[in-house]
Ligand binder design. Sequence first.
Ligand SMILES: Nc1ncnc2c1ncn2[C@@H]1O[C@H](COP(=O)(O)OP(=O)(O)OP(=O)(O)O)[C@@H](O)[C@H]1O
Ligand SMILES: [Mg+2]
Length: 422
Amino acid sequence: MISYARQTHDEQPEAAPPPVEEHIAPAPRVSVQAFCETVETAAAVQSAGEDRRLGKAHLKIQMGGMAAAIEAYRSAPTPNVIVLESDGRNDLLSGLDQLATVCDAGTRVVVIGRINDVMLYRELVRRGVSDYVLAPVGPIDVVRSICNLFSAPEAKAVGRIIAVVGAKGGVGASTISHNVAWAIARDLAMDAVVADLDLAFGTAGLDYNQDPPQGIADAVFSPDRVDTAFIDRLLSKCTDHLSLLAAPATLDRVYDFGTDAFDAVFDTLRSTMPCIVLDIPHQWSGWTKRALIGADDILIVAAPDLANLRNTKNLFDLLKASRPNDRPPLYCLNQVGVPKRPEIAATEFAKAIESQPVVSIPFEPQIFGSAANNGQMIAEISANHKSIEMFLQIAQRLTGRSETKKQKSSLLSPLIEKLRGK
Ligand SMILES: Nc1ncnc2c1ncn2[C@@H]1O[C@H](COP(=O)(O)OP(=O)(O)OP(=O)(O)O)[C@@H](O)[C@H]1O
Ligand SMILES: [Mg+2]
């Protein structure tokens, strides 16, 4: 058992999704066995097991609490994590002492209990319990507790994946993902990478005016070679904070990927890059579905017509159902106001989706067309264009961060910081 405790007793037990600022990194392939005393806790652990962040973990749930755990491990080896629900204090401590005699080294113990008392925490820490979570627990509390066992505290800021997808082809999903990633890198000063997952036809290379010799295909076709150094070599630098994992955009191969083809690439990017923007092509396959469900946040780009509305609704329904412990996806409308084209109003869209669009980006063929053909971002063509503010708004909503540029540019800010420090 390990010898530090993380106290989550001051957190809300409700099953509300975690705030966007809180980032829970997915757990690796570990075995987890839970011994519950109440059906409520068993149900919470069961739904936690269905959370995307525990997708790789193997979870087994049993009733019977401490007594069942001691009985179980008398003969069987212990898993990577044991989750124990316990009501009492003395039973708990004596039970843990007994369990310690049969526990394999490296097994971590998480206790779910009802006693909120610092003396008890101390006793638990002394016995090497990794985490104590106060009941009643919601699924996200269990997810958080298990995932945090495997993520170093200093790595917390690392690896948020943002998936961007169009509700239909050609609605501008790639354009928006590239401009939003630009805003994340420039205005929020976060290191970001755009991964162009449209291997055959992707435009990220064109949009950022990059022609890298290698890119994402080298990684996805040789998953065994994928590690941080390998991926680093495939990235091309667009700006100070922005890199690109480009698509080959060639047709000599076909790209019929298996469901988990991108897992190694995403896991590696997550371990080094604070923000990963996936430009997902508009298609429905095992791997696109997996990339969406597994992302930390999702942006759906839709044009204001009926097919986009239906598809957005279907995507929302599916993603909400598959991600019950996450906030719902975000969406934005794009290409709004094409002359003479009948459109569905943003209010109607919002009513049907039961969620407001983050922004409605107008149809501006002149500026978007020039940007696309020149290999530039909108902000490079027209520093004050109204869509730039919208890209920033999307960036802020997706990352949960606010702008840093303005604070930095203030002459007085170093002084203000100093005064604040005192
Ligand atoms: N707001 C806008 N106003 C005018 N043109 C736009 C706007 N947004 C995107 N476009 C243009 O629409 C075209 C399609 O954009 P983009 O390639 O980003 O769409 P997509 O949804 O990624 O398409 P695909 O389905 O091929 O992946 C591009 O030429 C782009 O410049
Ligand atoms: Mg695209």
